[in-house]
Design a protein. Structure first.
Length: 205
């Protein structure tokens, strides 16, 4: 993607944006309060549905999300391309925020607690990749042995989302969006291959 006339890799751009936002919130806590998503204040601060995706509560929070984004995102971008990757990331992050709002409004989460982090977007990326490459083997800390990506994403990582202090709704919302996008992309590619084969005189069984 081009930023100010220069080409910048989409993964590097997102990591830089997340990091700069974290530095800004460290320099002045006012920005953290301004960027964080609080369901009870959304009507007065609608921009937080977007800015909360780039805001993190601690260095470790930022670090773990960016490591996952770098490794899983780089692989996914090579498969679906830059534009589709950005859709997965942003729609997934928004999906996580929207599900958080729904859970707060129906009473399953506190509406006066601030929610921040790129986890919804990262889960969207992970879920999309798990649909497209389910048997890709990865190591997931602290488990000392490799596991298929689909098991890591839809099993272990989802279970961890329900630990205390974690906004499970953001993770789940991103995961749902990413999985649906992956299924849609996979179906579209299969349809294109079928149509191409028919034009060339092939039949698929």
């Amino acid at each position: 993607m081009r930023v100010f006339g220069m080409y910048v890799g989409v993964i590097e751009f997102l990591i830089t944006l997340n990091t700069l936002t974290f530095i800004l919130t460290l320099a002045d806590e006012t920005f953290f309060l301004l960027f964080a998503l609080m369901p009870s204040q959304l009507f007065f601060e609608p921009w937080t549905l977007l800015t909360s995706m780039f805001t993190h509560a601690s260095f470790n929070h930022l670090l773990f999300n960016m490591i996952a984004l770098f490794f899983l995102g780089s692989y996914l971008e090579r498969i679906i391309g830059e534009k589709n990757f950005l859709r997965v990331y942003f729609i997934g992050g928004l999906g996580g925020g929207i599900l958080t709002l729904i859970m707060a409004y129906i009473g399953l989460m506190r509406p006066d607690v601030a929610v921040v982090g790129a986890s919804g977007a990262v889960f969207s990326v992970a879920a999309c990749l798990a649909i497209l490459r389910p048997n890709l083997t990865i190591f997931l800390f602290p488990i000392p042995f490799p596991m298929p990506l689909y098991l890591a994403v839809f099993g272990f990582m989802l279970v961890m989302s329900f630990m205390p202090g974690i906004a499970w709704s953001g993770h789940l919302g991103g995961l749902i969006v990413g999985a649906l996008y992956g299924l849609s992309y996979k179906g579209g590619r299969k349809q294109q291959s079928t149509e191409s084969g028919i034009r060339r005189g092939y039949r698929f069984y």
